[in-house]
Ligand binder design. Structure first.
Ligand code: FAD
Length: 444
């Protein structure tokens, strides 16, 4: 019996997770179409002209599934550094350990106010509110909300907090009381980072297991549901029996040719996301403290987070020379289409005092390398109506043997990390070929 042809759009973590599982199951009739000449998607890396390696914003790997840990074991014992997170929040001149709600004693005096006891237990909280802003105000002291939660979340989401749901907060925001205080809170308290090649090395390695099944530089420009064909940018067409798409869901819907109900098209238009500009500055100076990353809630900084990328691996700076070089990577969520100016990023870094002190501290230090790029799809926003939208769209796609998965394919921030994405790819194959239930992206 001939195997149904499986086409996969995208060689990011989700598409590669699917490919890995197909290879494992010894399935042969499948192809990944990737628009770029390389794999990794948002989790890829590149080297700039001065020899600094950059990721697409701060990426750290903290696999929470046994299947992913097993997969990564095949890369060998030496592939990753295991790193203890050192994350802080910059308030005034102070670095307050992350998460701030568990380290209130470090908040500088001029920021401290009167902290009340937690208002509701986590269970009560879930019941009492459904929008994110109210959830914050119900969960944390008013002062903590004013100095951190509101300004930081406004910066990072760039979307009204009262129009966001709370479907994603579990595992992402620590409660105000927990037993896990001192040993570090959260799934990323220790994380993995490749010794060589940036985060992208994980996905280059994975792709190398089945390179022959990936067509690079093959952008899908249309999906014809009446003939079950995908159209590539070079004008050729490929037939599919089953299509797994990991491209942004709204773009997938808009490129479908054939009869698409108006409700599906209009629902796709109501999905929201934000875009982020990443500014990477490579210095011939050291970063002052041993930090992984720092959050910046204050308006005077043109970014919401700075990652000390060179602290993850010496391979990320020229000639592996971290005695001379360091690299800082700044993330700025776009409001409108104005990118943060180079000068304001460098001034912000200077003001943050993350770099070693030098004699003439008034001047803004020039980096040896500066690179800026846009991430057009950065965070899928969990709006209040998101789940209703997803049900309608997936219901329609499924009728045509199309399954959309991954960070923007599935549009669920809470299931949109690298390990979730790998799992989504593996699980959709298990569902299609073995009839197993999907767990990470369930219900569609
Ligand atoms: C700023 C930032 C920080 C992050 N930090 C972390 C972190 O610390 N830890 C973590 O686990 N995760 C993190 N993530 C999430 C991580 O990037 C994603 O989980 C992961 O990359 C999603 O994989 P994906 O395959 O679903 O999508 P993508 O990575 O977006 O891959 C989709 C692929 O599809 C291709 N494609 C798109 N359209 C087409 C088309 N028309 N034709 C052909 N190919 C197409 C793209 O080129 C891309 O390669 C972060 C994300 C961002 C934006």
């Amino acid at each position: 019996m001939t195997q149904p042809a499986i086409a996969i759009i995208g060689a990011g973590p989700t598409g590669l997770g699917a490919g890995y599982r197909l290879k494992e199951l010894k399935y042969s009739n499948w192809t990944v179409y990737e628009s770029r000449p390389c794999s990794g998607g948002l989790s890829g890396s590149f080297i700039d002209s001065k020899g600094f390696t950059w990721d697409h914003g701060g990426h750290v790997l903290f696999p929470t599934y046994d299947r992913i840990r097993q997969l990564l074991r095949q890369f060998g014992d030496d592939f990753f550094h295991k790193i203890k997170r050192k994350a802080f929040i910059r308030l005034g001149q102070s670095l307050v350990p992350y998460p701030i709600q568990l380290h209130k004693e470090f908040i500088p005096k001029n920021f401290s106010g009167h902290f009340h006891k937690e208002k509701a237990s986590p269970k009560q909280r879930e019941k009492s509110t459904d929008n994110f802003r109210d959830w914050l105000s119900n969960s944390f002291d008013a002062h903590l909300c004013e100095i951190f939660f509101y300004p930081y979340n406004n910066k990072v989401w760039g979307y009204p907090l009262e129009k966001m749901s709370t479907s994603w907060v579990k595992n992402r925001i620590s409660p105000q009381t927990t037993t896990q205080v001192r040993e570090g809170w959260g799934p990323n308290k220790t994380f993995l980072y490749p010794r060589k090649g940036g985060m992208g090395a994980v996905f280059n390695t994975l792709a190398s297991f089945f390179d022959e099944n990936i067509e690079f530089s093959s952008r899908v420009v249309a999906v014809d549901i009446s003939t079950k064909q995908i159209w590539l940018k070079d004008g050729t067409k490929r037939a599919f029996d089953i299509l797994i798409s990991t491209m942004p869901l709204n773009e997938l819907v808009s490129m479908i040719r054939g009869e698409v109900p108006e409700t599906v098209r209009s629902m796709a238009d109501r999905l929201h996301w934000n875009s982020c500009v990443v500014s990477g500055a490579g210095y011939a100076h050291q970063v002052k403290d041993q930090i992984s990353w720092v959050y910046f809630p204050e308006k005077e900084y043109p970014f919401q987070r700075v990652t000390a990328l060179s602290s993850y691996s010496k391979d990320l700076v020229p000639r592996g020379n971290t005695k001379t070089y360091s690299s800082l990577m700044c993330e700025t969520t776009l409001k409108g289409d104005k990118w943060p100016r180079r000068r304001s990023i460098l001034e912000g870094i200077e003001r943050s005092r993350l770099l070693e002190d030098v004699e003439n501290t008034d001047s803004v230090r020039e980096p040896v390398s500066f690179t800026q790029f846009l991430i057009p799809y950065a965070y899928p926003i969990p709006t209040l109506e998101r789940d209703r939208i997803l049900s309608t769209i997936h219901g329609f796609l499924k009728k045509h043997d199309i399954y959309s998965r991954g960070r923007f394919g599935g549009w669920k921030y809470e299931a949109g990390n690298m390990d979730h994405s790998l799992m989504q790819g593996m699980e959709i194959i298990d569902r299609l070929l073995l009839g197993k239930e999907e767990r990470v992206y369930s219900g569609y």
